[in-house]
Ligand binder design. Structure first.
Ligand code: AMP
Length: 225
């Protein structure tokens, strides 16, 4: 069986986490979210978490030296042997190059970069209304578009829902600037590498999921030929 080494690319709030969770179940791949890993470090009060939190709360990128080792180590772990879904990494060209080098070292290659495109104005509306389960950050809601059955309570495990500190409008604007300046150039980078696949993130989560799942299933067939 061939590997499915996948990157989710797109602005914050494009739906990368939501789609990665669905693909995790479809293709039995680990969902590796740098944001979720960092937030867990912050919650645990670790040294890394302390270093990362000031950047995160300001909407800026955590320095590469903190992130790169964390992720290149993670993709080499046993559960990522048949592939992985990277969500939130790479975020700039230096990280993309570090990932390429790490995969080469492991004699592996990227299967696809799944780009979910959403305009800035829609992003602001989405993120400002986003609410996340305090117990499992993969349980995500929206006050208008995808409300929980009971306000402020997670449908899946009954935990409290909260707004992420960096989902405040001023921080969202900074995150979008950082995305356009540092992360968007990766679209051209992966286009040149021939791995880029584009998806319209304005479609419903179900439609986006159906499109991505069909693309990944085709890629897997091609890899097996
Ligand atoms: P996310 O949940 O992906 O939006 O990430 C939340 C925050 O974590 C970002 O705004 C950054 O401060 C930090 N972060 C996540 N992934 C990375 C990365 N690959 N490089 C640098 N900082 C990151």
């Amino acid at each position: 069986m061939s590997e499915l080494n996948l990157i989710m690319l797109g602005p914050p709030g494009a739906g990368k986490g939501t789609q990665a969770e669905r693909l995790r179940t479809d293709f039995n791949l680990p969902h590796i979210s740098t944001g979720d890993i960092l937030r867990a470090e912050v919650a645990d009060g670790t040294e890394l978490g302390r270093k990362a939190s000031e950047f995160m709360n300001a909407g800026k990128l955590v320095p590469d030296e903190v992130i790169v080792g964390m992720i290149t180590g993670r993709v080499a772990e046993g559960d990522a042997r048949d592939g992985f879904l990277l969500d939130g990494f790479p975020r700039n060209e230096a990280q993309a190059e570090a990932l390429d080098a790490a995969l080469l070292e492991l004699d592996r290659h990227l299967t696809a970069t799944l780009l979910i495109e959403v305009p800035d104005d829609d992003i602001v509306r989405r993120l400002a209304g986003r609410r996340v389960c305090v117990k499992n950050a993969a349980h995500i809601y929206h006050v208008d578009f995808d409300p929980p059955k009971h306000e402020g309570v997670c449908d899946q495990d009954g935990s409290r829902l909260e707004q992420r500190a960096d989902d405040r409008e001023d921080v969202i604007r900074t995150r979008l600037e950082v995305y356009h300046e540092q992360t968007e150039p990766l679209i051209a980078y992966y286009d040149r590498a021939g791995t880029l696949r584009r998806f319209d993130g304005l479609r419903s989560p179900d439609e986006v999921h159906a499109h991505i799942r069909a693309t990944v299933a085709t890629l897997r067939l091609e890899e097996n030929l």
